[in-house]
Design a binder for this molecule. Structure first.
Ligand code: HEM
Length: 417
C-alpha cells in the first residue's frame, strides 16, 4: 500500500506524491483530487484514498475495509442554519480526512494559544481507504410532534420507525439517533480519529448518542477475494451484492426517487439499517459442528450450501433445513429481494460473568427497508433456530443522502429542499 501521509503530502513528499498521480488526472490544490462526481477512482489513483465526492456516498459500494467506528448523534438545536453550518464543516473535514489530510489548520497550529483543529493521532498515517457515510434518522424530521427544521414534508415514507421484532432486547442507549456517521478504514486509529474529529466539530450542535467499534468485516463485497468469517466461524458474505455489481446496486440499493415515490433529495441515496446483535458465543461453542451447519445452512469449512461441495455453488433453498438462516434470508424466500450487507464483528470486553460481550454489528443498505429488510428480519426473528443464539441489543434506520458533488456539502439536497 502507498504510504503517502498527511504531513508528507505537504512536505518533502509533496512533489513525489503529485508526480505519482499527475499523469492520471487533474489535481486541485494541496494534492486533493479535482472534486465532483467526475473525480472518481479513474482519476485518482492513490490506493489508500477512496474519493469522498461522487454521485453516491462512499462506504456503501466501496469494497469493505477492515475496521469500523459508527456513531449516532442527537441534534441539540432547532435552527436549520446551525445544521447547515455543521454539515458544511463536517464535509470540509471529511473531504480532508478521507484524503489523508489534517482537519482545518491541522494538528500543530501556528498559534500555541488555541486548541488544534485536528486532534493529531492520525499524524503520519496514510488514509487507509477511510470512508465517511452520513445518514439522517426519523427524529431529524419530527421529534415529539414538532417539525424541527421545517422539513417534515421531506421525510421519506420508507424512513419508518422499525417495528419491534420477536426477541428484541433493545437498549435505548444503543438505539436510534437523529444522525449517523459510519467511518470505515483499514486502520482502526484512522476510523476513530475521523469520528473523534467530527464529534469535536459538532460540539454545541449535536451530541453523541452511542458509538460502536467493529473489526473483521463480516461481509465481503469483493467476491474475488477470500470470504471473511464471522464470530461463529462461518464464511459471511458469500452471497452479497458485489461492490462492482452496478445492476444489483441499481435494483436493490440506490433510491430512484421518481420510481420509488421518494422525495427528490434522496435520489441516488439509500437506507442504512444497523443492528447490534449480541452472539451467545459460549453456548454456540458447545454446539456440535453438525448442528451449527444445520442452523446456518452452509458447511463451516468450505462455506458450500449444505448438499453442495463448493462455496459458490448455487443455493437451492429447498435443499436446506427449513429453519436455517440461509434458507430464510435467501432472495428466493424473499420475493427476489437482496440487501447489501456491510457489517463488522465486535467484542466489547466481557460482561462481568465471564461471558464475552461479542457479536455482529449488522449493517445493511437497501432501497426500501419496508419491503427488503423488515420482512426478512421479521421472518428470521420468529422462525430461524439461530435466533436462540442471538440477542438484538441496538438498532437504527437512517436515510442516506446521495453523494456530495463539487462545491456541495453533505445532505445539501435535503437542507435546501
Ligand atoms: C449474528 C447474526 C448473523 C449471522 C451469524 C449471520 C450469518 C450468515 C452466514 C454465515 C451467511 C452465509 C454466507 C453468505 O452468503 O454470506 C449469511 C447470509 C446472509 N445473511 Fe446473515 N447472519 C446474521 C444476521 C443476519 C441478519 C440480521 C440478516 C437480515 C435481516 C441477514 C441476512 C443475510 C442474507 C441476505 C444472506 C445471504 C443469503 C443468500 O443470498 O444466500 N443475516 N448470514
Amino acid at each position: 500500500m502507498s504510504a503517502i501521509t498527511r504531513r508528507g503530502l505537504f512536505g518533502v513528499g509533496a512533489a513525489t506524491a503529485g508526480a505519482a498521480v499527475a499523469g492520471a488526472g487533474a489535481l486541485a490544490v494541496g494534492g486533493l483530487p479535482a472534486s465532483g462526481a467526475g473525480a472518481s477512482a479513474a482519476t485518482w489513483t492513490r490506493p489508500d484514498v477512496v474519493p469522498f465526492r461522487g454521485s453516491h456516498q462512499a462506504g456503501i459500494a466501496t469494497p469493505v475495509q477492515d475496521r469500523m467506528h459508527t456513531v449516532a448523534f442527537d441534534l441539540s438545536t432547532s435552527d436549520r442554519a446551525a445544521v447547515v453550518r455543521l454539515f458544511k464543516a463536517w464535509t470540509d473535514a471529511a473531504n480532508r480526512m478521507t484524503a489523508g489530510q489534517e482537519v482545518g489548520e491541522g494538528a500543530i497550529p501556528a498559534l500555541e494559544e488555541s486548541p488544534p483543529d485536528d486532534t493529531g493521532e492520525a499524524l503520519g498515517l496514510p488514509a487507509t481507504r477511510l470512508t465517511l457515510t452520513l445518514g439522517i434518522g426519523p427524529g431529524f424530521f419530527e421529534s415529539e410532534g414538532a417539525d424541527r427544521f421545517g422539513l417534515r414534508s421531506q421525510r421519506p415514507e420508507a424512513l419508518i420507525e422499525l417495528p419491534r421484532f420477536a426477541g428484541d432486547k433493545l437498549d435505548p442507549l444503543r438505539t436510534g439517533g437523529d444522525l449517523v456517521v459510519q467511518a470505515c478504514a483499514d486502520d482502526p486509529q484512522i476510523a476513530v480519529h475521523a469520528i473523534r474529529n467530527l464529534v469535536r466539530i459538532a460540539f454545541g450542535t449535536a451530541t453523541v448518542r452511542w458509538s460502536q467499534l467493529g473489526f473483521g468485516k463480516t461481509s465481503s463485497t469483493t467476491p474475488n477475494e477470500m470470504t471473511p468469517r464471522n464470530l461463529f466461524g462461518f464464511k459471511d458474505g458469500t452471497e452479497n451484492i458485489g461492490a462492482a455489481d452496478t445492476d444489483l446496486l441499481a435494483q436493490h440499493v440506490w433510491v430512484d426517487a421518481a420510481k420509488d415515490g421518494s422525495p427528490s433529495w434522496l435520489d441516488g441515496g439509500t437506507f442504512m439499517v444497523a443492528r447490534r446483535i449480541a452472539m451467545r458465543i459460549e453456548t454456540w461453542d458447545r454446539t456440535s459442528l453438525g448442528e451449527q451447519e444445520q442452523l446456518i445452512g452452509r458447511t463451516k469449512q468450505s462455506g458450500a450450501p449444505l448438499g453442495s461441495s463448493q462455496e459458490r455453488d448455487k443455493v437451492h433453498i429447498e435443499a436446506l433445513p427449513p429453519a436455517s438462516h440461509v434458507r430464510l434470508v435467501h432472495p428466493d424466500s424473499n420475493d427476489g429481494h437482496h440487501i447489501l450487507r456491510r457489517g463488522y464483528s465486535f467484542v466489547d470486553g466481557s460482561d462481568g460473568l465471564g461471558r464475552l460481550d461479542a457479536g455482529l454489528f449488522f449493517i445493511a443498505f437497501c432501497r426500501d427497508p419496508r419491503t427488503q429488510y423488515v420482512p426478512m428480519q421479521r421472518k428470521i426473528a420468529s422462525q430461524e433456530l439461530l435466533a436462540e443464539y442471538l440477542v438484538h441489543t441496538g438498532s437504527g434506520l437512517w436515510a442516506v443522502p446521495p453523494g456530495v458533488g463539487e462545491g456541495g456539502y453533505w445532505a445539501q439536497s435535503l437542507l435546501e429542499a
